[in-house]
Design a binder for this molecule. Structure first.
Ligand SMILES: [Zn+2]
Length: 197
């Protein structure tokens, strides 16, 4: 079923989206861990009392402030990413539910569709049998003339002396033969078997 395939694609794309976000989250975790370690070691150094020079202290203090601010920004970004991850998770759940519904619906439609198909198949058999019976009544000369015509449909009506398939005027001898009705007349332009309308 087309709608089932469509719902399956939606699930696959929701899962891919979720995986992409999970990957970004893992990367963000790793980066944040590295930044946290560096920040802690700088803070320790700052508090150790080993740095005596005031200008060096000021510089390092600024550096630590800067790292703290960046760390806070990264935390915010990670929170947003986690929210995105929750939405992506929700989208996967919803897509899976829709797929389930579509599958159930398509399964319940199946018996009806099968019945329809069976009835069309039996109708087709009837039409084929009728057509074969009609064909058997066609004189053999007309049968072979019909089978020789390479264009479709092989028969064209004539109206106001014109072949209704190609709109070319039928010759007067052709018209005479058609009116007499005792031989098969072809359109000289398109080759179709002509019949009076
Ligand atoms: Zn014609």
């Amino acid at each position: 079923m087309k709608s089932v395939a469509h719902a399956e694609e939606a699930v696959a794309s929701a899962r891919a989206e979720r995986e992409a976000i999970q990957l970004r989250l893992r990367e963000s975790d790793r980066d944040r861990e590295a930044h946290r370690t560096r920040l802690r070691s700088r803070e320790k150094e700052l508090m150790s009392g080993r740095i005596r020079s005031p200008s060096e202290l000021i510089q390092m203090n600024e550096e630590v402030q800067h790292m703290r601010a960046r760390f806070a920004e990264e935390e915010d970004a990670e929170l947003r990413l986690m929210e995105e991850g929750e939405l992506a998770e929700q989208a996967v759940v919803e897509a899976a539910e829709r797929l389930e519904e579509t599958r159930t619906r398509s399964a319940s439609d199946e018996p009806v569709l099968r019945k329809d198909l069976e009835s069309w198949q039996s109708e087709l058999e009837t039409v084929k049998a009728d057509s074969a019976a009609t064909w058997a009544q066609v004189p053999s000369a007309a049968q072979s003339a019909y089978l020789r015509v390479r264009v479709h449909p092989p028969v064209a009506e004539v109206d106001r002396n014109q072949c209704q398939a190609c709109h070319v005027t039928v010759t007067s001898s052709g018209m005479q033969a058609l009116r007499k009705g005792d031989q098969i007349v072809h359109c000289e332009n398109c080759g179709r078997i002509l019949v009076m309308s």
